[in-house]
Design a protein. Structure first.
Lengths: 206, 218
């Protein structure tokens, strides 16, 4: 299993951010994306996840094989931890809710409503969702925001376990996850030159 | 898809879910109209079909602007878009959940509240039937409107302006069916047209709404 990106260009709000980007991630590998704020990390990940079209270039892997985790965790505040996780497991046709809760140290919070969780606990619940998607490629946007040091280490271990089963991870992060084997890709050299709107004037309104 | 339906129904009945919102609005409107119009039974009987249908329409509209906005704000719409469920099914299931939590209670409450408006006896069956046929269209058309404005802050006003013209045929035929039944005339033709509107909107609008959602997620 491999994700191969060839000569990709993507834009946000009609402004091209990234151009000429090529890289590959195979099973068992983690790739960390680096780049200053506004360099297009989120845009790249949303493009890969199929939420927005690429301007040009090819992505070898369909979005159906990726589990995307954004800044927002997609939690419903009036549902409990178990209900939130069980919903995503059912959507993806998977089981393993209790294992996912155990992996992200959420078992004690199982019956607590998401609105009563701390920011870090919500984040852990959002990341536990990845384990119930059953997809091999994790596409993660700043996964460690609001996590404490222990939880970062816990999550690093979860990612490593995922890689050990042949999965792969693409992470946009500035924090060291304790994954020394992860390759680092700096997006700064792929910054697109600011040009006229490529898809015409209408693109900014669509 | 059943998981999504169960989740939406569960969210609706939990605190702050807005389950009683439409029903409460309908109740308030129908109770206030006789106080405003006056207690003349003949006048109330004439306006009853229209008031009941306008009330049901506005009550249905009231809870629609949050249909996709809440999922968009907490990020679950992005995650649903990347899930194995097609966006069309997400729209259809969410509209169904809206109908079950808003439309069905309105259909069940309407004959009871119609007594307050002195609706003529023969029209009660037609009232329930017309609302039962028409409210799914209200939920589905509203879901399309909600999908169009999903990324906008305070999209509710724009959604109402977009959706109200689309609601007009449903309202006209629904109220007409009840009014004809109240005058002892056959309500079949408007009821059939109402059923046609519902069938058309349920069949076509999930595709249009899913397209609008995908564009708004970019």
């Amino acid at each position: 299993m491999e994700l191969r990106v060839t000569n990709l260009a993507c834009a946000r709000g009609g402004v091209p951010l990234i151009a000429g980007l090529s890289f590959a991630v195979t099973g068992g590998e983690a790739l960390v994306l680096r780049g200053p704020n506004g360099s297009g990390k989120t845009t790249l990940l949303r493009t890969l996840a199929g939420l927005q079209p690429a301007l040009s270039g090819e992505i070898s892997c369909p979005p159906e094989q990726m589990a995307y985790a954004a800044h927002a965790d997609g939690l419903k505040s009036t549902l409990t931890v178990t209900e939130n996780l069980g919903f995503w497991a059912a959507i993806h046709g998977q089981g393993g809710v209790s294992e996912a809760m155990a992996a992200m140290n959420l078992t004690e919070l199982a019956e607590r409503q998401a609105q009563n969780l701390s920011a870090g606990q919500k984040r852990r619940l959002g990341l536990a969702r990845l384990l119930v998607t059953g997809r091999w490629l994790w596409v993660l946007d700043e996964p460690t925001v609001s996590l404490d040091a222990d939880s970062v280490a816990l999550f690093g271990a979860v990612v490593r376990a995922h890689l050990a089963t042949g999965g792969a991870a693409l992470l946009a992060t500035h924090i060291d996850l304790g994954l020394p084997e992860a390759r680092v890709l700096d997006l700064a050299p792929y910054k697109a030159a600011v040009t006229a709107l490529p898809a015409g004037f209408d693109e900014a309104f669509l | 898809m059943i998981a999504l339906l169960v989740r939406d129904l569960r969210l609706a009945v939990r605190a702050g879910g807005g389950f009683g919102l439409g029903l409460g609005f309908f109740l308030i409107l129908v109770v206030l109209v006789p106080l405003g119009v006056g207690p003349d039974p003949a006048v109330l009987g004439v306006i009853a079909p229209g008031i009941l249908w306008v009330g049901a329409l506005l009550a249905s509209l009231l809870s629609l602007d949050r249909l996709f906005a809440l999922d968009h704000e907490d990020g679950s719409l992005d995650l649903l878009a990347t899930s194995p469920i097609p966006m069309e099914a997400v729209v259809a299931v969410k509209a169904l959940a809206h109908w079950l939590t808003t439309g069905v209670p309105l259909v069940l409450a309407a004959p009871v509240l119609a007594i307050l408006l002195n609706l003529p006896g023969p029209a009660y069956g037609t009232l329930v039937l017309s609302l039962g046929l028409g409210t799914p269209a209200l939920s589905m058309i509203g879901a399309f409107g909600a999908a169009l404005v999903v990324g906008l802050k305070r999209g509710g006003l724009l959604m109402s302006l977009l959706v109200l013209p689309l609601y007009v045929p449903t309202l006209v035929f629904g109220a007409q069916a009840v009014a004809r039944a109240a005058q002892d005339l056959a309500p079949d033709t408007p009821l059939l047209l109402l059923a046609g509107i519902t069938a058309g909107s349920v069949g076509l609008l999930p595709f249009a709404a899913a397209f609008a959602l995908r564009i708004n997620l970019r």
